[in-house]
Each structure stands twice: as C-alpha cells, then as structure tokens.
Ligand binder design. Structure first.
Ligand SMILES: Cc1ncc(COP(=O)(O)O)c(C=O)c1O
Length: 406
C-alpha cells in the first residue's frame, strides 16, 4: 500500500476520524500524544475477547492454549519489527514509562555511589524522573547534555560530559517537542568507548522510521504501543541478553517465578522474570495487529508523506507573523512546536478545539526543556500515516480565524 497514492484508503482504516467535534469535522493533529487505531487493531482485540479470552501460560485448556499462542507469537513479531536477535529479549511492560522504570530500578541497582547517568535537555519526564529517583537512592550523579540553538544535541558537549564514571546514557530517539532525530548510532558508539550503556527512548520513533536494534547496537530500547497505532497499556523493553540475564528482578509475584517456598524463591529466565502477574493479553494482541498494519504500509512512501506534510505545515506557519516556530532541527520528524506571540498556548488550543481542531498545548512532559527555552509551553502539531494536507489547511485557516478573533 502506498500512502502517498492511496492515502484515502489508509485514512479510511481509522473510523474515529469520520466524526464531527463541536460541529466541525474532526482534524486530529495530536498523534504524538497517542495515535488513532485502525480497524484491524480494534477487531483483533474484539475477536480475542469474543473468541479466545483466557489467561495465558497457565491452563491446559483450549482457550488458554489459543490465547498463549497468539500472545507469544506477537513477541516474535515485535522482535522481528525491531530486529532483536531473539524473542526472549522482548519484555512486555505497560509502556515506555514502565520500561524505563524497570531498567532504572533493576539495572540501576548495579550502579555504585558516584557513578554518572547522562540525559539530554530534550527528554520526556518519563526518561528523567526514574533516573532522578535512582540517583537519589544510590547517590549517583545526573548530568545533562545541552542543546544547540537549533534544538539538536550539542555533540561536543556530550563528548566532554562522557567519562569513565558514566554508566548509563539515556536519550530519546526523536524529541516529542522539537521533532529532532538524534544521531543514536554515533551516541551509542561514543558511549560504548567509555564503557557506558545506552537506553534509547523510541516512543516517538517506532511509528515513523524502521528501527534496527542490532544495527544501532543499543543496550536497551523502549517504546509504547499506543503511539504506533496499537492499544494503550502495552509497551516494550528490548535489552541485550547478557544485560537482561544479569539484572536483578524488579516487580515480583506470580508468573515470573520458577519455585517458591517460604525459605526462598527462584525465578524464571527472561523474558518471564520481568513479567509478574497476569499480563495485558488483549493489549499484546492489539499490538500485533498494529505491527501488521505498519508492515503493510509502504514505509518509504509513508516517510515521504510525513516529511512532505511537515515541510508544508512549517512553510504555512512561517507565513503567519504572530507565529514563532520552536526548534529548527535539520531533519525533523512528525512534530512541530510553535508559539503565538503574546497569546497563551491554552487559549489558542481551546479556540481551535471549538473549530474541531485537536492539537496539544503545554509543556508536553518536558518541563526542563521548556525552562531552557524560556517558555511555559508551546502548541504542538503532530502527524501520523492518516494525516492529510487538508488537515493542515483546515488547521491554518482555523488558526487565522482565531488570530483575527483575538
Ligand atoms: C519521548 C517520549 N518518551 C516517553 C513517553 C512516555 O510514554 P508512555 O506515557 O506511553 O509511557 C512519551 C509520551 O509522550 C514520549 O513522547
């Protein structure tokens, strides 16, 4: 399927987009917060509950066998999707946030007082607060890589901040505010030279670009299903096998154990040692359908489609005197932040909402970035495979009306 040529067919897979909000056709430009779901994802979850619902791994009956077979098959699908060497290296979590907490609270327990963690100024709170908590618990040093004026990582500063005490470099693949795509391969190779491990927050990357964890050579890669056309409440932690095997267990309980007695407990091997309790089975099955949906798209054409929209929207916004774009990364991805001079971002977003336009306003869970930019928030447009040029035209015309009104 070529989204450029068959865009209407791709868009038709998203029933939610065929509605009016506040009396206007819905224009959804908030896909970085969560993407909409194609019919196939909704149907897969529905079918599971109608035909196959049972708990996985435990029971010896036919429903459980079917549920387990589908559930474990998706693990293999995810491994293929990011080119993980084995399916056992795919750990189910609630989302990227939980995956980062897992690494911080498990791998991080191997760190010693004075060890250093490097983050960047553009991180989402999900990739800041878990490390900050760990730093407080274990007396570690958090260091922050600054940005250039364009909103890219300052690689010279990064090189200086890396030391032999750096144990972890945790960086977002794509910024959820600026759309910056970080040079992960270079960051990873530089980090490995000082013996540091690298966690890549792929939340904003996986829906927009092919990811190959072996080519990147990252130590951990995390993402959420709901930002890639899948359901909420399911996410993925990928890790190198030797690291996952060496890591202590984090959350504990049923499913993750081999043998329990009141004297002692032994644990299952990966992936199960990190998956206590009944998992989000329907979420995993929905994620499998989302991956199939993405795999059926022509990803090169999709990339071209999203890049064309991004350039078009930036050019349109640049024509409006009252608008200032926030960040000028050389190769932005699927996200544009801007402010309207002299107006509060929430007022603009509310007035746009009254015209059926859904965009995001605020700090985007990146308060340290906002502080650095000297802003209390921005307006953010974000795109996905279903976004059309007509969405941008409708948004620009509503923004112009809003500015006239103000
Ligand atoms: C870059 C980035 N990292 C992490 C997250 C957290 O994702 P989740 O809330 O699905 O755990 C987000 C969500 O907006 C994000 O954009």
């Amino acid at each position: 399927m070529n989204p450029k040529n068959n865009h209407a067919a791709v868009r038709a897979q998203f029933p939610i987009l065929q509605q009016k909000c506040n009396g206007y056709p819905l224009i959804y430009l908030d896909s970085a917060a969560t993407t909409q779901k194609p019919k196939a994802v909704i149907a897969a979850m529905n079918d599971y509950y109608q035909q196959d619902n049972a708990n996985v791994h435990r029971a010896a009956h036919c429903l459980s066998a079917r549920a387990t077979q589908q559930f474990e098959q998706v693990r293999g699908q995810v491994a293929q999707f990011i080119n993980a060497p084995t399916r056992e290296q795919i750990i189910w979590t609630k989302g990227a946030t939980e995956a980062i907490n897992l690494v911080a609270q498990s791998y991080g327990r191997l760190f010693n007082s004075g060890d250093e963690i490097l983050l960047s100024t553009m991180e989402h709170h999900a990739n800041i607060v878990p490390w900050q908590q760990l730093a407080q618990q274990r007396n570690l040093v958090l260091k922050v890589i600054p940005l250039t004026g364009q909103g890219e990582l300052d690689m010279a500063a990064f090189a200086e901040l890396l030391t032999e005490r750096t144990r972890m470099v945790a960086i977002t693949h794509v910024s959820n505010v600026l759309g910056t795509v970080n040079p992960m391969a270079e960051i990873i190779s530089m980090s490995h030279q000082v013996g540091a491990k690298v966690l890549v927050d792929g939340s904003q990357a996986v829906a927009h670009m092919p990811v190959d964890v072996q080519a990147l050579d990252c130590d951990f890669y995390v993402f959420s299903g709901h930002k890639m056309y899948g359901p909420t409440g399911i996410g993925v932690l990928y890790g190198k096998a030797e690291l996952l095997n060496a890591m202590p267990v984090w959350q504990t309980g049923g499913e993750m154990i081999k043998k329990v007695s009141f004297a002692a407990t032994t644990f299952n091997p990966i992936p199960f040692k990190f998956e206590p309790g009944t998992p989000n089975i329907s979420g995993v099955i929905g994620l499998g359908a989302a991956i199939e949906f993405i795999n059926n798209l022509d990803r090169t054409a999709l990339h071209h489609h999203e890049q064309t929209l991004l350039a078009y929207a930036r050019a349109q916004l640049e024509q409006i005197n009252e608008v200032t774009l926030v960040g000028q990364p050389r190769q932005p991805m699927a996200v544009i932040s801007f402010i309207v001079n002299g107006e509060h971002h929430s007022d603009i977003a509310t007035l746009l909402d009254q015209q059926g336009i859904a965009i995001r306003a605020g700090h985007h869970c990146a308060m340290p970035l906002m502080d650095t930019l000297g802003l209390n928030g921005t307006l953010r447009l974000s795109f996905a495979c279903y976004t059309a040029q007509s969405d941008i035209d409708a948004f620009i015309s509503a923004l112009q009306k809003t500015l006239e009104f103000l």
